[in-house]
Design a protein around this ligand. Structure first.
Ligand code: DC
Length: 237
């Protein structure tokens, strides 16, 4: 099916750039669908662990990716619930361990190819906000608007530190920073579809910006690029 006419906003960037939060708010404001491509790699990593597959077993991981039984469902509270083989894994896939494993399996070209069609299937009317590392460069190269969010590694580590503290976890900043730097390196240096700003992407450095400022800036760009009607703000935004 040809979906090139479906409006698409690609938001790429490293972990902690705020792209997940920003993308979800924008999808709600525009009333568009939302693709969390990182969640797909995270679910795959968790499935690999459940099936006791080694993270360097490329062939088995590719087969697993082809047949991955994952569903993004709408929960009672309006939040997305992610199901792996029918079981909710929304929280579980957010751990640092799963995030690191996701970054390892995501480096396998066969795995990326196997997940391509699944990601493209999210492109439906009235529009899609696609969040990831290679949305603008590889998955949706024809996206009319591509944003690449960046922030210093220190700022991103601090954001993660605050998030974990708020969840009542005891954490240290230094290992979080190391982890972010290690993951950035792996995600940007892999041969297959590395994290890279598409040539026609607009770079937005969020180091000094809060979420509202980033959302406002991107919405302004959307208004210039797309003809859309804004959905009224709900309380929780
Ligand atoms: O955005 P995230 O932290 O949930 O992503 C988890 C990992 O998945 C990340 O380290 C790299 C990988 N990823 C990817 O390679 N391509 C994407 N489009 C999204 C995520």
């Amino acid at each position: 099916m040809n979906t090139e006419h479906v409006p698409l906003l690609a938001i790429d960037g490293p972990s902690g750039s705020g792209k997940g939060t920003v993308s979800q708010i924008i999808a709600r404001r525009l009333g568009w669908h939302y693709l969390d491509s990182g969640a797909l790699y995270r679910v795959l990593a968790l499935a690999a662990e459940n099936h006791t597959l080694a993270l360097d077993d490329a062939e088995s991981l590719e087969t697993l990716a082809e047949h991955l039984d994952v569903e993004f469902a709408l929960g009672k509270d309006g939040q997305t619930v992610i199901l792996l083989e029918g079981e909710p894994v929304t929280e579980q896939i957010r751990s640092e361990i799963v995030g690191n494993a996701a970054s390892i399996v995501a480096a396998l070209p066969g795995v990326r190819a196997a997940l391509l069609a699944r990601q493209r299937a999210f492109r439906e009317m009235p529009g899609l906000v696609a969040d990831g590392r290679d949305m603008g460069s590889t998955v949706f190269p024809d996206a009319p608007l591509k944003i690449f969010l960046t922030a210093s590694a220190e700022a991103r580590a601090e954001r993660r530190y605050k998030q974990l503290k708020e969840k009542g976890m005891s954490v240290n900043l230094a290992p979080l920073l190391e982890d972010i730097e290690r993951r950035d390196l792996r995600d940007s240096q892999r041969g297959a579809s590395p994290m890279i700003a598409a040539e026609d992407a607009i770079l937005l450095d969020t180091t000094e910006l809060d979420i509202e400022a980033v959302v406002a800036k991107i919405l302004e760009l959307c208004q210039q690029r797309f003809d859309y009607e804004e959905t009224p703000l709900s309380q929780d935004l």
